[in-house]
Ligand binder design. Sequence first.
Ligand SMILES: [Zn+2]
Ligand SMILES: [Zn+2]
Length: 149
Amino acid sequence: MGGKERDTLNFLRYIKYIQKVSTCTSSFQPCKLPPTSAAAKFHSMRTYFQVQEWMHLHQEQFLLDPMDWGWEIVQGAMLPILIDIAAAPGDLLDVIRCNCKTECRTARCSCRKHGLVCTSGCGECRGESCANTVTEVACVGTSDDEDGL
Ligand SMILES: [Zn+2]
Ligand SMILES: [Zn+2]
């Protein structure tokens, strides 16, 4: 997307957001944005860790501690750490989530009203069990998805 050397990932994410919203013919999909700097940090750490492990495969145990490189133990399972700072200010995240008891089909759903699909942050539907999810909402104008950064 023509970023300059000193542009931060979060700045590019913001620019992409503005471009998408101003040209969008359907509801805006946050998953089409570049990752946040926090998400990219942990992804990079895991990549470095994995490469180091592959380079030292002959060793019996981990060269580095995965817990220092973007992994955490949750309920006995090793899981990737996704982010350590919220994707948006808390006040904003409170606004753009819904608590619908029904299927989020009408403008009474605050997500739908703002042109957003429901996410795992939503109270009842969790972005999975309603009619306002990425799979239900048709992807229109996705031809510019491969432009990367
Ligand atoms: Zn809803
Ligand atoms: Zn919903």
